[in-house]
Design a protein around this ligand. Sequence first.
Ligand SMILES: [Ca+2]
Ligand SMILES: [Ca+2]
Ligand SMILES: [Ca+2]
Ligand SMILES: [Ca+2]
Length: 421
Amino acid sequence: MRAPAIALAALAALALAACGDRGSVEDAPGAAPPAEAGASRAPDATHGPAAPSPLAVDGAAVREDLGIDAEANARVAGLDLDGDGRDEIAVASARGIVVLGRDPGGGFRVVAEAPSRGGATALTAGDLDGDGGPELAVGWGAHRERLDAPAVLSVYRPGGADGRLREEIAARPATSRAQFSTLLPAHLDGRSGLLFAHFTSKYDVRGVFAWREADEDGQGGSPWKQRELGVLRMAAHWLIAPLPDGRDGIFVGRPYGDALKSDGDVFLLGADGARTPLPSLRGVRSLAFVAVGDPDRPYRAICYGDGWHWRYRELAEGLLTCAWPGEDGAWTARRVDDTDGYEVNTLLSGDLDGDGTVELVGLGSEALEAYTPEIDEAGALRFEAHRLGPGGLSAALVDSDGDGRAEVVVGGERPALYRMP
Ligand SMILES: [Ca+2]
Ligand SMILES: [Ca+2]
Ligand SMILES: [Ca+2]
Ligand SMILES: [Ca+2]
């Protein structure tokens, strides 16, 4: 279902048309957000046997079930493990990692597995070491059934025995709170690597860029090296994105601020620790970079899930905001969507409709939505919203059929793919 196009220049006066049947916050599955004290959110269920994947229509979007039962906070990622041009789908939870590939007979089947080291507190995939091949990374940590599980950052590649993934441990952070809050492929200082953040204590979060230098023969490589980006209170969300002057910008989004229960924020973190704030209402729950428009002079926007408040059921607002810097360094921010629900916890960008330009994808407490950017006749950036499915806690973009259009895979108890019509 489509909502009207939204002009960023005049957003304050506009509201999205109602987009289908949205349940109340109280009804939201897996609704409990991470508190400042932090704890795992939901009990586990084992991955059930693969079953044929039925097709169903949810609004205008198409939903395709992956045929497995997982846990409410199961995390998902996509990677082309066998190099055939179609992405496989990884699902990680306290029960372990399963990688699903399309079965020629229909549906999905398990093509690789790896055992658990605790709760899967973060998951990502990509060429994390710059050697051209894909890797999977999991931030293992405490889980309600394994409270003593340590924080371990593991990188996985294909090629283990019996369909197992080969594990390489990239980091073992010392912490009293074993939880990763950011895990992303990233580029910094001309290197390809991994951006991760983990709690170092109950409230403090450490951001790190890690990389690995391949051997000349392409075998093995150096141990993972780390550059610490900062340790800040409740700095859960980190992002590295290009600035207009070509430098790497390090962005931080926080659900809470420097004082207990104070409002969070989003800022550009300078090398000297200085913070350049981006306009936000309150706490920030997700960050993404999107470049759209004229390839020679694109809008380079930092987008974020804004409006978080610790009394989330009463006071939080699930806002989606994008901001971009002017030549003078000042940031212009516009609200893209005032979503139902209390948070936008995941932001992604990729080409969902195959037209060669990226869409912005937001997963929140109530809805999965895609936003198609366009530049209007006046040169203003606009977004058109498309409701794709219900809310959730973990999502990733994959091209599971190799047609050049990305699908959104959403984790949780019943992982599924959603695609734009
Ligand atoms: Ca593949
Ligand atoms: Ca690689
Ligand atoms: Ca597109
Ligand atoms: Ca596709």
